[in-house]
Design a protein around this ligand. Structure first.
Ligand SMILES: Cc1cc2nc3c(=O)[nH]c(=O)nc-3n(C[C@H](O)[C@H](O)[C@H](O)COP(=O)(O)OP(=O)(O)OC[C@H]3O[C@@H](n4cnc5c(N)ncnc54)[C@H](O)[C@@H]3O)c2cc1C
Length: 365
């Protein structure tokens, strides 16, 4: 194991000129993705990160590795295979009953031990509840830099990760470098990046490492696991069709029109932030920079002006249809199809038209 490198090094001069990276950084190689597995299921954001990690690793000419941790070999077997099939060359595993359920302390130990031994240059995690909890703790334990909620990642020839994220309430994008410390860490929210093509049957090297921690040493205990009953919650980012409403709908009662259209289309519904603030919709239905990022095949936005904080959450949608009374609203330029009209009148008409069309098609099918 090399000497801990995390002592400050002035890589940027006063004029902002980048100086050469210190020699001891050169032991840090390869791009890693911490794969999020809960109850045997990989969170799709991990695949999106493997896709992005592959691009960074190829640019750098290094390996892409996935880190898969869990309570038993059986619990993580599918996750390991899926990690290879989404582009990893190597999978680092830590398997121990203590890791059966996510808990901060043992997961920090497992990941920081791996990083200290194998020394990746870059470590990526999903900006999920679990990923955010783990990334912050791992970064502070390793005394390294972490850029949270990135929207874009790039790398230069010296291996400096350029991590771009919104700042000043989303009105600006800033690019952050971790020049003084290794590894360079970043989190990315689900659906900000697209998942790579699956390569069925692809395999690679597996490197196993012991946890070295007993249950007695972990303060947090899992007494019982209670699954979230609102299974809809997590589905908005991965929905194929999303119908959303904004302040233009004027009342919580009118928001029901959005839900009706969503129900007929088999879509998920969401809304802009002011609707959450007014209690018209729950917080987990908010779309945008401080809500969910979506990438549906079809996004229908009604009574939404398209502030930048909303736009960053929907710009990955394949087809955007906007309904707005104001032809000059920003969304009318941004949408693929802009309908000038009153959403409160158009939504019931659309719902009825789709209901008829879909039932005719179902009968014909
Ligand atoms: C730090 C920060 C984070 C934020 N994060 C988010 C976020 O994650 N998501 C988000 O959405 N916002 C976010 N916001 C808020 C954002 O800046 C906007 O205020 C918000 O998106 C505006 O919501 P809206 O489009 O529903 O309302 P408005 O901007 O008021 O737009 C209403 C639109 O409805 C149209 N309209 C009016 N009547 C009708 C009608 N009858 N039929 C059809 N159209 C009609 C109007 O022409 C207008 O374009 C954030 C703000 C800050 C400062």
């Amino acid at each position: 194991m090399a000497e801990a490198p995390n002592k400050p090094f002035p890589t940027v001069g006063r004029g902002g000129t980048k100086k050469e990276l210190p020699e001891h950084f050169k032991v840090y190689k390869h791009v890693w993705v911490a794969v999020e597995v809960e109850h045997g299921v990989v969170h799709p954001v991990s695949f999106e990160l493997l896709g992005e990690g592959r691009k960074l690793a190829d640019k750098r000419g290094v390996e892409l590795a996935g880190v898969v941790m869990g309570g038993s070999e059986a619990a993580i077997a599918d996750a390991i295979q899926a990690t290879f099939e989404h582009g990893a060359d190597v999978v680092y595993t830590v398997v121990d009953p203590v890791l059966e359920h996510y808990r901060n302390e043992p997961y920090i130990k497992a990941l920081t031990d791996l990083v200290n031994i194998y020394q990746p240059e870059i470590l990526l995690l999903g900006a999920t509840n679990l990923g955010r909890d783990l990334a912050g703790s791992v970064a502070t334990t390793l005394l390294t830099g972490l850029t949270a909620d990135c929207t874009e990642l790039a790398i230069d020839d010296e291996g400096s990760l350029a991590a771009t994220r919104p700042t000043f309430g989303g009105s600006l994008l800033c690019t952050i470098f971790t020049l003084n410390f290794r590894p360079q860490m970043a989190t990315v929210r689900p659906r900000v990046m697209s998942a790579p093509e699956i390569q069925p049957g692809r395999t690679g090297r597996i490197v196993s490492h012991p946890l070295g921690l007993s249950e007695d040493e972990v303060i947090t205990k899992v007494l019982k696991f209670v699954a979230d009953r609102d299974t809809d919650k997590a589905q908005l980012p991965y929905a194929d069709i999303v119908v959303a409403g904004g302040l233009g709908l004027r009342s919580a009662e009118n928001f029901q029109l959005v839900k009706n259209l969503a129900a007929v289309l088999g879509a998920k519904y969401g809304g802009s932030r002011p609707l959450v603030q007014k209690d018209w919709i729950p917080a987990d239905r908010q779309i945008g920079q401080t809500g969910k990022t979506i990438r549906p095949r079809l996004y229908i936005a009604t009574g939404i002006s398209d502030a930048i904080q909303h736009r960053v959450g929907v710009e990955g949608s394949d087809l955007i249809i906007a309904i707005n009374t104001d032809p000059n609203a920003p969304i009318m330029d941004f949408a693929h199809l802009a309908v000038v009209g009153d959403a409160v009148k158009l939504l019931p008409a659309l719902t009825e038209a789709f209901r008829k069309h879909l039932s005719v098609n179902r009968m014909a099918g």
